[in-house]
Ligand binder design. Structure first.
Ligand SMILES: Cc1cc2nc3c(=O)[nH]c(=O)nc-3n(C[C@H](O)[C@H](O)[C@H](O)COP(=O)(O)OP(=O)(O)OC[C@H]3O[C@@H](n4cnc5c(N)ncnc54)[C@H](O)[C@@H]3O)c2cc1C
Length: 312
C-alpha cells in the first residue's frame, strides 16, 4: 500500500490549492477527486482576482497541471472510507477498492445545494435560477429579478440582491413577513408577492416568470433562491471529528479538526467560502499540515539521534 505524507480528498479549489503548496514543500501528496465541483453547472466563475469570467473547469485544469508539475499525484475516484491506524496515520479506501495510507488527511469534499421543491427550479439552476449575487448578480444587473423567500434569512438576502436591480420581487408564503420587514421592503421598492409558487415559466429556454398557485404569472428574468447547504462531511464525521449543533465540522483557523492529523478546508466546513476563499483555506491548511509534519519529523529525528549506537 502506498504511503503519502498527505492524502487530499476532493480536488476542487480548496484541495488543489493545498496540494500545490504541499507538493512545493516537497511533501508526497495524493489528491483523490470525484470530479464534481459545486460550481460545475455554471458557465463562468466570477470574483476570483485575475481569473474573473473563466469557465470553472479551466481553473481546476490549470491547478491540476500545476500540482502535477511539482510531483503531486491526482487520481479520479471516490473515497468511500477513512480510518485511523494504530501508528497515528490513516487509511483511505477508494470505491475502486484501492487503499492508500497517509500520515495526515485533508478533506475538501465541498457541499451539496438542496433546492426547494418547485417544478422547474433544478433545470434552470446556474442559468437563470441563481443563489449567489456576488457570483452572478452583475450578469443580471438591472433585470427583472425575484427572490424565493420564506426561509430564515431570506428577507435580508432579498435586501442584498436589491443591490443589483431596481426591479425586485420577493415571493413569500402569506402571513410570515413582520411589520418591520414589510416596511423595509417598501422603503427600498421591493415588491412583495404573497402565495405559493407553483412553477417556473420557461419559454425558448429562458425563464419568463413565476406562476403562483392562483394561476397568475409574475414576469421575471432571473430568480435568486437560497438553497439549503449540506456539507459532504460523512467521511470526517465517521472519523470522530466534532460537529456543531447544525452538523458542521468544527475546526480551528487552519482547518484542524478535533481529530489530530485531520484537516478540512473549503465548503465542506464553510458554506460561505467562494472559490478564492476555498483556495485560500486550502493554502492555509497546507502550511499548517506541513508544520505539523515537520514537528513529527523533528521528534523522530531526535529519537533516532539519541538511540544508542551499536558498537561494531
Ligand atoms: C451554481 C454555482 C455557481 C457558483 N459560482 C461561483 C462564482 O462565480 N464564483 C465563486 O467564487 N464561487 C462560486 N460558487 C461557489 C463555488 O462553487 C465554491 O466556492 C467552490 O466550489 C468551493 O470549493 P471547494 O474546493 O470547497 O469544493 P468543490 O469545488 O465543490 O470541490 C469538492 C470536490 O470534492 C469532490 N468530492 C466530494 N466527495 C468526494 C469523495 N468522497 N471522494 C473524492 N472526491 C470527492 C467533488 O467531486 C469535488 O470535485 C458557485 C456555486 C454554485 C453552486
Amino acid at each position: 500500500m502506498n504511503t503519502y505524507d498527505v492524502v487530499v480528498i476532493g480536488g476542487g479549489a480548496a484541495g488543489l490549492s493545498a496540494a500545490l503548496v504541499l507538493s512545493r514543500a516537497r511533501r508526497t501528496v495524493l489528491v483523490v477527486d470525484a470530479g464534481a465541483p459545486r460550481n460545475a453547472p455554471a458557465a463562468h466563475m466570477h470574483g476570483y482576482l485575475s481569473r474573473d469570467g473563466l469557465p470553472p473547469g479551466e481553473l481546476l485544469a490549470a491547478g491540476r497541471d500545476e500540482v502535477k508539475g511539482y510531483g503531486g499525484e491526482i487520481v479520479a475516484g471516490v473515497v468511500t472510507g477513512l480510518s485511523r491506524e494504530g501508528h497515528g496515520g490513516f487509511t483511505a479506501v477508494l470505491a475502486s477498492g484501492q487503499r492508500v495510507s497517509a500520515r495526515r488527511l485533508l478533506v475538501t469534499t465541498g457541499l451539496r445545494d438542496e433546492l426547494p421543491d418547485v417544478p422547474g427550479l433544478g433545470d434552470r439552476w446556474a442559468r437563470d435560477v441563481l443563489h449567489c449575487p456576488y457570483c452572478h448578480g452583475h450578469e443580471v444587473r438591472d433585470r427583472r429579478l425575484g427572490v424565493l423567500g420564506g426561509t430564515p434569512g431570506a428577507v435580508r438576502y432579498a435586501q442584498i440582491v436589491r443591490q443589483w436591480t431596481h426591479d425586485l420581487v420577493y415571493f413569500t408564503p402569506p402571513g410570515i413577513l413582520t411589520g418591520t420587514e414589510r416596511a423595509e421592503m417598501t422603503a427600498r421598492a421591493i415588491g412583495v408577492v404573497e402565495g405559493a409558487v407553483q412553477e417556473l415559466v420557461v419559454e425558448d429556454d429562458r425563464l419568463r416568470g413565476v406562476r403562483m398557485d392562483d394561476g397568475h404569472v409574475v414576469r421575471r428574468d432571473a430568480l435568486f433562491v437560497p438553497p439549503r447547504f449540506v456539507p459532504n462531511n460523512d467521511l470526517v464525521v465517521g472519523l470522530g471529528c466534532d460537529v456543531d449543533p447544525d452538523g458542521w465540522i468544527t475546526a480551528d483557523r487552519t482547518g484542524l479538526t478535533s481529530v489530530p492529523g485531520v484537516w478540512v478546508a473549503g465548503n465542506v466546513v464553510d458554506p460561505r467560502a467562494q472559490v478564492i476563499t476555498a483556495a485560500g483555506q486550502g493554502s492555509a491548511a497546507a502550511i499548517a499540515l506541513n508544520a505539523d509534519l515537520v514537528d513529527d519529523d523533528v521528534r523522530s529525528a531526535v529519537c533516532d539521534h539519541n538511540r544508542p549506537k551499536e558498537t561494531p
